[in-house]
Design a protein around this ligand. Structure first.
Ligand code: ZN
Length: 329
């Protein structure tokens, strides 16, 4: 009845973060690896609004955090995930068992969204994107200061600071940090549309404008890293890029010092926070998702029943099982 098969599927009733078009999807947040063109989406109001920037035709049901509702045999509750505006953990009560799917989550303060808490459960499906011990990030406050310093230093030298940040979430977090310091920003079209939704939900992102052919002097440019490659920046004068991502910890991935400046402001939990979640939630079984499968080995060593699973196929990553992993009958 409850299994991992192209998302977390509860029989014919619904699926959580299904990886293919589905009739009824409970969606944790608006990033493209969690959101597809479903017929009906159940999510928080910001997630539904952001989904509307990507997909035009879908039915929607808005639910607030901690508002319990029933779909088929399961009671469902969304709780803050601290990853981006509207991002949710999904708590399922099913057959007397509590299953928590963290979605992408982060504990540390992100001023653009509600903070994540740990939810004790029987079965935990946890985001382990940064599930290796070297993924220990500087404090968010330190990263925010680094960002402001980078921008001020370059503006002073009449160099345009170009911040590379993912369209939904990270870009608006950067805007909140810089907007608060009174800086004006020229932002990529899609970042602008998402920022308008953030503003609608009461997140003050300061003064920002859609980026024209070239940036206005004295403003900060914010672009998704993918788009930056295709922008014609020949008429921009002097500029310097800064990539905002947890991946900048990995210098050898080319995201760090070798490829412009990088600040490891992550919107996912660090390795220590992943372990803290598991140790506090005390699940009988843990499934690790999105990230290095070795974290499951580590969790076993500290006494948990753990398995790394692919959310798409339901395959156990360690023993290449057949897939469509059954969680409960
Ligand atoms: Zn995400």
């Amino acid at each position: 009845m409850l299994k991992i098969d192209q998302g977390i599927r509860c029989g014919e009733y619904f699926a959580v973060d299904p990886t293919v078009k589905s009739d009824l999807a409970v969606v944790s947040h608006a990033h493209s690896d969690h959101l597809k063109a479903h017929r009906e989406i159940v999510a928080t109001a910001p997630t539904i609004e952001l989904a509307g920037l990507v997909y035009k035709r879908f039915r929607s049901k808005i639910v607030n955090f901690h508002e319990k509702f029933t779909i088929g045999p399961a009671e469902v509750e969304l709780a803050p995930a601290g990853h981006m505006l509207g991002s949710a953990q999904v708590i399922l009560d099913f057959n007397g068992e509590r299953i928590v799917y963290t979605g992408d989550f982060k504990f540390e303060e992100n001023r653009t969204c509600a903070r994540a808490k740990i939810h004790p459960c029987d079965t935990l499906l946890i985001d382990t994107t940064y599930g290796m011990p070297h993924y220990r990030f500087p404090k968010a406050e330190e990263c925010r200061e680094m960002l402001v310093d980078f921008v001020l230093k370059n503006l002073k030298r009449r160099i345009t600071p170009v911040i590379l940040a993912y369209t939904f979430g990270k870009a608006q977090e950067a805007m909140e940090i810089l907007g608060r310091e009174g800086m004006e920003m020229d932002v990529y079209k899609k970042i602008f549309s998402a920022a308008m939704i953030y503003s609608k939900f009461g997140i003050d992102l300061g003064r920002f404008y859609p980026l024209g052919e070239r940036p206005v002097s004295g403003r900060v440019v914010i672009l998704p890293p993918g788009a930056f490659r295709f922008v014609d920046s020949r008429g921009w004068g002097r500029y310097k890029t800064c990539f905002l991502s947890g991946w900048t910890i990995d210098k050898n991935r080319g995201y760090g010092n070798s490829n412009g400046f990088g600040i490891p402001l992550s919107d996912h939990a660090s390795f220590d926070d992943i372990i803290r979640y598991v140790e506090t939630a005390k699940p009988k079984k843990v499934y690790t998702l999105f990230g290095p499968s070795r974290i499951a080995e580590y969790l076993k060593r500290i006494g948990f029943k753990a398995e790394a699973v692919d959310l798409k196929t339901g395959r156990s990553i360690a023993n290449h099982s057949a897939g469509n992993l059954e969680l409960f009958n």
